[in-house]
Structure formats: structure tokens, C-alpha cells
Design a protein around this ligand. Sequence first.
Ligand code: GDP
Ligand code: MG
Length: 308
Amino acid sequence: MNKERLIEKLSEANVRAVARLITLIENENPLSEEILKKVWKETGKSYIIGITGPPGAGKSTIVDSLAKFLVEKGKKVGVLAVDPTSPFSGGAVLGDRLRMTGAQSSGIFIRSVASRGHLGGLAATTRLLINAVELLGNDYTIVETVGAGQGDVEIVKISDTTIVVEVPGLGDEVQAQKAGILEIGDILVVNKSDRPVSDRLARELQMMLSLGDKKDLESPIVPTTATTGEGIDELWEEIKKHQEYLGKGRFKDNRLEKLKYELENQISQKLFTKKIVEIGDKEITKTSKDILNRKIDPFTAVDNIIKE
Ligand SMILES: Nc1nc2c(ncn2[C@@H]2O[C@H](COP(=O)(O)OP(=O)(O)O)[C@@H](O)[C@H]2O)c(=O)[nH]1
Ligand SMILES: [Mg+2]
């Protein structure tokens, strides 16, 4: 598919074209930028639900149930599962694709991507991937990220509603991390409620919430058993409540705030790269040698280079 044809197909919400655009974005192909410029006005129209939590918490299973639930309600849904690239495998986890086949069979668009976090970071890249998925005309885009460090916090920069999934029976060190991640959740899910200790976890979370900074809307705790679909309707009710709470005003303010952050990030990245290229490797090497041989101190060296 050449560029013009791809753009034409994208304007028809063609699934294969969207899949192709996602691959271009994933591979940092410059063509993706050209295409996104052309279709930009058609993006940004879905409500974005982010879902994060530790590996194995049942995020994909929840997403699967939720997506099917929404389709039954007549909504169009796109799903992105973002996996931080493992330095060893270098690819997206195939398991997610397979596990979410339930959703795929009902005509929901699902894609696993290995987000490396290119220029501007993980959030910026994920945002572009969401924009690509939005070309299908979805009402909702659900984004799953693994809650192992970076992904947790980044999800907030992307989502309109952020869901944090917790499960009973994880170790103490995980417990310690919880406080931080709880703050980002507009909704907290205690999944695997079929397990005996889940009540205790829900109570613990409630406690931690009451100790933390009060938001104007307190985050509800929703117990689910994703494998049977139990609690998914309650989860949906809470998502709707949050969406209504945001209304038009807060919703726009939140998005603007995130865009500002993203824009600043991208500008500084671009300026940074441009400057480094301008200075050139020769100059950097020469100055480094001067610093090494104590001909110049690093502070003056940096100031001199920037002044030039
Ligand atoms: N017992 C039980 N198992 C679950 C539940 N939800 C998910 N699982 C299982 O937990 C495992 C991890 O689920 P997955 O959705 O891949 O977790 P993710 O890594 O957070 O995306 C799978 O074997 C699921 O079948 C649940 O509510 N109860
Ligand atoms: Mg998963």
C-alpha cells in the first residue's frame, strides 16, 4: 500500500490500514508522521480508558470482558495492550493476543504493541498509537499497560479514566509500591475476588485511600472476577460515573494539561537532538578530551558550547 492509498483507506476506517499505520509508528518509520499529519483531524474522538497493575493481575482478562460488555451495549471499542520491551525478547507478548481472542471474535479491534517509548517517551508514542486506533471510529479506546515501573505513571498522561488493578496474595514489597500507584487510579479494581483473601485486600486499599490525599472524587473500589465476568457491570457503572464527573469542562482541562506536558516534552527532545547534531561528534570529543586533561572544567565547557 503506498502512502496515498493508505491515507485513503484510513479515511474509510479500514482495519488493515490502521494495523499498517500502527506498525509504522512502532517501527518509528518517518512515514507514520507524514500520515498522522494528514489524518490528525479525525483522531482524538474516543474516550480513553487506561488500565494498569502488576503482571498477572488479570488486566487482559478484564479488558477482554469489558470490551465485550461494551460491544453488547452497542459501543465500538479499540484495545491497545502496551508491553514494555523486554531487552531479551524485543517483542510484544504474544500471550496477550491469544488470551484476548474472545474479544477479537466479536469484532473489537485489538492490538498488542511493544512500546519502546521513542522520542518524547512512552506516553507520547502510546498517544500516537491510540490516535491510529481512533481512526476506526471507536467510542472507547482501552489501553492496557504493565504496572512494572514506567508504565504505571505514564498511563495517567494518556487516559481520561485510569483503572488500577490489584490482586490478593502478592508480596510485601509490592505492598509498599501500592501507595504510589493507588494515587493514580480513578477506579481501583480488586480482581480475583474468587480468592479467599480478597476481602482483606479491599479493606486494606480502603484504609490506604483514607490515609492518602483526598481527591474531590474518592476512587471507588470494585471487586471483580474477570474470568467469569463478575463485577464488570459494576466497573462499567463506575467508569460512566467518572466520565460524567469529568463532564465537558474537566475533561477538556485534563486533556489540555496532558497535551501541554507532551508538547513541552517533544519540543525539548527535538531541540536537544538538533543541538547535539549541530555541535557534532568532533567538537564533543575534543571538549571531552579537554575536560579529561583538565584543560577546562565541565561547567565552562558546557556554557561555551551552548553559547556558540
Ligand atoms: N482465579 C482467577 N484467575 C484470574 C482472574 N482474572 C484473571 N485470571 C487469570 O490470571 C492469569 C493472568 O491474567 P491476565 O489477564 O493475563 O493478567 P495481566 O498480566 O494482568 O494481563 C490468567 O491465567 C487468567 O486466567 C480472576 O478473576 N480469578
Ligand atoms: Mg496482560
